[in-house]
Design a binder for this molecule. Sequence first.
Ligand code: XBP
Ligand code: MG
Length: 261
Amino acid sequence: MSQLKALIFDVDGTLADTERDGHLVAFNMAFEEAGRDWHWSLELYGQLLAVTGGKERIRYYLNDFYSDERGEDFSSPVMTDAAFDDFVAGLHAAKTRFYMQLMADGAVPLRPGVVRFFKEARDAGLRMAIATTTTPANVTSLLTHTLGAESIDWFEVIAAGDIVPAKKPAPDIYDYVLEKMNLKADQCLAFEDSHNGLLSSCGADLKTIVTINDYTSDHDFSDAILVLSDLGEPNQPMTVLQGTCDEAYFNLATAQKIHQA
Ligand code: XBP
Ligand code: MG
């Protein structure tokens, strides 16, 4: 078995509860600014999360939910395909602007154990990377406003958004990171929070640790090596939901053990 060399992190839902407190809020702000009377509820957003990527999610809503709610199609016959693409891109650009403002306002903290574990990994000289479907600017704004601008350099590769054509659950984003880092899957561990994320990391043959959240607690994580409530802190123990781990919080020794198992 190879030595553990690198940790690859998903962002949304894994590092922070950005879906509920960041993306959903920003989507609704963008709809309002555009004069649309759409308001995605917490519950509807849970269904829309079946599709990753913000532009893809808007399309999914308009194609699969809007007509059921309103009894009419959104775009046809009023918009050409090109006009529809532009419309979605415009809404999404506004959503990204609102999201970045929310991050700058400190709306979303990092989840328990994340800062501690980053520090431990860095001190031990482990390489770190990010594999996410969200827009690159969203990643840098979350990191900058939670850990400081210098934290962007902690990650050797930040693979995000449209950098690969097929978003999660396709494995492409993890394959991209492995190629950029010149590493094999068995030299790394991945950290995810959702079924789509796990399909993606496992599709790239990565052993994966899942930390759940309110949107993903009922997902199928049978392919995960370990499923936790969160990474935990010495004074805030995690709950182990699947797999074996005797520690109160997820630390580097646990990571090494899991990697070797
Ligand atoms: C995260 C996503 C993202 C965000 C929206 O999935 O699906 O698309 O919800 O971000 P994962 P953008 O955590 O599995 O990577 O609007 O910037 O696309
Ligand atoms: Mg995620």
